[in-house]
Design a binder for this molecule. Structure first.
Ligand code: GLU
Length: 413
């Protein structure tokens, strides 16, 4: 199967051809500008020392400071982080944020670690990358299995090193220490805006639309709430333990409580069990992969029966699968557009921090909606104008803006 990095590179090659990118600039875009690997020693609760591998890939900063999340996951590897950093670069450019792209990751299993172990890991990792990050250099944020608490530890560690409080060094912080209203749900709110705009632009009715969501973490669970509020019927959801289905729609409010109490969505009253693979192949109006990469591949793409795939996760569809979906007339709203609400709200948090302000939820959401709708419209218009898919159009917009910045800056020396 295609790896995420191969997927990201193939996308870049496709768009280089579509845009006629200068070969020298194409060459620059194939590589991350800087890659940091750190071996992070941590004293575990049993007194033993373990060494974790951590990465920070700084992909491109032609449009502004590096920006992107940090993930904690046993499957993290350098090529995956590179791919995710490349996608962050295009994502920030599509949203027209003054940022470049980066990503970080630590190979670990946070589900098997205590809070204290996670804190020690986070603080030591931060210490080891502290020279390379900063409010105007590289601004981390949460990603898979990291959260606002992780960001608070990063900010505190960085601030201890500097000798003064630097809230603007990370985004996605708790509100009590400079986080923004609405940041936590922003990725899902952004995906929901994309669903709404898709329904407008492509005439897919929203009332009673059936929705299947893979992943019930921060992105998937909040998305289920927003889409249910918009009148959709959430017929299936899944998490790492398995999935559930109910034709008439799941009561998401009750399901959230059930998941909080039992740690899983499986066994929810009135639902049938189904596997993560089966969920992807359900007949539905909207399918939202909101978990990990490489879920829709050339193996299952022909069995996808959704009308629209809206990518809450990063890189859930391989390039081969993307082609198959297109042949089958399935519309794909790509990750770098659909899930950009998270980084848009991160930008709003950073702006508030730099100006020592705190905006209301209404104000944050107004800016978020404005940005999301603008990006969606630009991508949709470009896709119509050039006769390309929404993904190709999104890449053309994002990569095109980065190319423009690189050209204008020129090459040093
Ligand atoms: N990790 C999120 C993403 O993949 C958010 C990144 C950020 O806010 O910097 O888009």
């Amino acid at each position: 199967m295609e790896s995420s990095l191969e997927n990201a590179h193939r996308q870049l090659d496709i768009v280089a051809e579509l845009l006629g990118i200068d070969p020298g600039i194409h060459e620059i875009l194939k590589h991350a500008k800087t890659t940091h690997t750190v071996m992070v020693p941590v004293r575990m609760d049993d007194g033993k020392v373990r060494v974790f591998t951590g990465y920070r890939v700084q992909y491109n900063d032609a449009r502004g400071p590096y920006k992107g999340g940090i993930r904690y996951h046993p499957d993290v590897n350098l090529d995956e982080v590179r791919a995710l950093a490349m996608w962050m670069t295009w994502k920030c450019a599509i949203a027209d944020l003054p940022y470049g792209g980066a990503k970080g990751g630590v190979v670990c299993n946070p589900k098997e670690m205590s809070l204290a172990e996670k804190e020690r890991l986070t603080r030591r990792y931060t210490f080891m990358i502290s020279e390379f990050i900063g409010p105007h250099r590289d601004v981390p944020a949460p990603d898979v299995y990291t959260d606002s608490q992780t960001m608070a530890w990063i900010m505190d560690t960085y601030s201890v090193i500097k000798g003064y409080l630097v809230p603007e060094v990370v985004t996605g912080k708790p509100i009590s220490v400079g986080g923004s209203e609405g940041r936590e749900e922003a990725t899902s709110r952004g995906v929901a805006f994309c669903v709404r705009e898709t329904s407008r632009a492509f005439n897919v009715g929203l009332a009673d639309a059936s929705v299947a969501i893979q992943g019930f973490g921060n992105v998937g669970a909040n998305l289920a709430v927003f889409l249910q509020d918009m009148g959709c019927r959430i017929t299936a959801v899944s998490d790492s333990t398995g999935g559930i289905f109910r034709e008439k729609g799941l009561d998401i409010g009750k399901l959230l409580k059930f998941k909080r109490d039992t740690g899983s969505v499986v066994g929810f009253e009135g639902s049938e069990d189904l596997s993560n693979e089966e969920l992807l192949e359900l007949e539905c109006d909207f399918l939202a992969p909101a978990a990990m990469e490489n879920q829709i591949t050339e193996k299952n793409a022909r069995r996808i029966k959704a009308r629209v795939v809206v990518e809450g996760a990063n890189g859930p569809t391989t390039t081969e699968a993307d082609k198959i979906l297109q042949e089958q007339g399935i519309l794909v709203v790509p990750d770098i557009l659909a899930n950009s609400g998270g980084v848009v709200a991160s930008y709003l948090e950073w702006v508030q921090n730099i100006n020592r302000q705190h905006w209301s939820l209404e104000e944050v959401n107004r800016h978020l909606e404005d940005k999301m709708v603008k990006s969606f419209d630009r991508v949709h218009a470009l896709s119509k104008e050039k006769g390309v898919s929404m993904r190709e159009a999104a890449l053309m917009l994002g990569v095109g803006r980065v190319v423009e910045a690189i050209k204008t800056l020129g090459l040093f020396p």
